[in-house]
Design a protein around this ligand. Structure first.
Ligand SMILES: Nc1ncnc2c1ncn2[C@@H]1O[C@H](COP(=O)(O)OP(=O)(O)OP(=O)(O)O)[C@@H](O)[C@H]1O
Ligand SMILES: [Mg+2]
Length: 256
């Protein structure tokens, strides 16, 4: 009998390194020997100071950037092909088409994939609802707030039904109250869709509000994940709770 090889359902990163320089002898490594395994369905946070290489690592997981050395497998396949990944950028302004309405922006990828009209409309409707955009579908990006634009970006990414959501400081440009709302919404969407989420932030509070696990990256160059914390707190999390504060102190101590 032929053995069936089981498809791995994790993201496996081992000894991963990245340099942007072409001269191997003078190479400065942004990332050096990064080790990380993320299970399917997990909500994982990459936390680190500005310039340490968070975006570089996320872009490599997305397949936008090539690795220099090491292993980067996504569900058993090389990162430059395979598993469907969706990327949410920090600024929705550069990600959305200003001449298309909310609905048309969400519909864009489905149209490209030639999903039939009726099915497409149904999907767009459900993702607009999921992202909390009901009633705003005919507005243009210039007519909605920053938080709403991020919702549109999220709805558009979700409509392509990616297995993995990659989010690079997606709420960084929002005011504190909107950010809090978006964090809660993201947790709701994650719980409803069971997607794997890798979320980049340099905000400790945000990391603790969202993550099941937090990987802390060291200051670059040659940055790597130096500590990982499992955050054993139920959702929605309460910033003012003693447990939250307990984790906050531990994580904060890495940046003192
Ligand atoms: N295309 C590139 N060419 C050369 N160097 C780059 C390139 N992209 C990033 N770098 C360098 O790699 C390092 C890490 O950058 P990266 O954008 O990944 O950091 P980050 O942790 O995302 O920072 P921030 O929190 O400010 O977004 C920086 O020193 C940056 O200058
Ligand atoms: Mg970045």
């Amino acid at each position: 009998m032929k053995a069936v090889k089981e498809k791995s359902l994790s993201i496996v990163i081992k000894g991963l390194s990245k340099t942007f320089s072409e001269d191997a002898l003078k190479a400065v490594y942004v990332l050096k020997d990064v080790d990380l395994t993320i299970q399917r369905g997990e909500f994982y946070i990459l936390l680190g100071p500005s310039g340490c290489g968070k975006s570089t690592l996320l872009n490599m997981i997305a397949g936008f950037l090539d690795k220099t050395d090491g292993q980067l497998d996504i569900y058993g396949e090389n990162a430059n092909r395979g598993t469907n990944r969706g990327f949410v950028f920090q600024s929705a302004d550069s990600a959305l088409f200003p001449w298309l309405t909310v609905e048309e922006n969400v519909e864009f990828g489905l149209k490209m994939k030639k999903v039939p009209l009726e099915e497409r409309k149904k999907m767009v409707h459900s993702y607009i609802e999921l992202a909390g955009l009901s009633g705003h579908h005919h507005k243009f990006p210039s007519e909605i707030s920053g938080g709403m634009k991020q919702r549109v970006q999220l709805a558009r990414v979700l409509s392509n039904n990616p297995d993995i959501l990659l989010m690079d400081e997606p709420f960084g440009a929002l005011d504190a109250m909107t950010r809090r709302t978006m964090q809660k919404e993201l947790i709701r969407i994650w719980q409803e869709t069971n997607k794997t989420v890798i979320f980049v932030t340099h905000d400790i509070q945000e990391a603790l509000m969202l993550g099941q696990r937090i990987g802390i990256m060291s200051v670059g160059p040659s940055s790597k994940i130096t500590s990982t914390y499992e955050i054993d707190l139920p959702y929605p999390r309460e910033i003012t709770s003693p447990d939250f504060n307990h984790y906050y102190k531990i994580v904060q101590s890495h940046f003192d």
